[in-house]
Design a protein around this ligand. Sequence first.
Ligand SMILES: [Zn+2]
Length: 284
Amino acid sequence: MDLPAQILTLLGIALGLTFGSFLNVVIVRLPIQLQSSWQKECQDFLDIEHEDVPTRSLNIIFPRSHCFSCQESLSFFQNIPIISFLILRGRCANCAAFISPQYPIVEILGATATTIALLNFGITITAASAIIFSYCLIILAFIDLREQLLPDQITMPLLWLGLIVNIGGTFTSLQAAVLGATFGYLGLWSIFWTFKLITGKEGMGYGDFKFLAALGAWLGWHMLPIILLVASSMALTAGMIGILSKRLNRGDAIAFGPYLALAGYLVLYLRESMFEVYLSLLNV
Ligand SMILES: [Zn+2]
């Protein structure tokens, strides 16, 4: 369908803001759910008596959105993406606790990613795939920032979906996608072990390997060096700025997931021109 750019933009913003609120819910609730299930598994495994504390049952759709400080449920009008945050000036209407700026930021990112996908691909399956890809990147980046965790529950489906999407060669050939998934994992795995053998430190987590494997499945093996190069230059720059501004100490761990996510996103849209630049650099 060929719709004018203005309509695609409006559609992208409306869809993106709506799904953006849902992304926030996943970012906040998935780690809580995972932690309580890991805790239970450990207690069961170690045979530790645990009173069945009536854990606040919580999943992606239940309970309704509420303030994390006073637990008051949000009314419909307090739950409108961005607008509510601006009207409430970033505070809970009930207890005046600060609301994290993460909420409007994720909503804006969701809206931007959706609009860019629709403007580039129109209303097509390719656009839908690019939107799902961007949403997963947003979720992974923010969960990693908050918890230093890249959950398998997102990275693994993202990997399989990348292979399926590329059966028809949407973003790369199926062959390049399969090799991308394999080398993405093995590449970081070998860097991890080399680093660990030399320095005795662990520079990354297994979540990063699976995330790069997923990016390889979506974008192809030949894009892996570019993704790594872009992600690590951004991470290094951010780390330097952090150390110079005394927000970070040498040796502090920084989450690599957000940089992988940003690099993967850039490569999705700029892969052809980035690949050309990369090839011309290799020729020098
Ligand atoms: Zn409150």
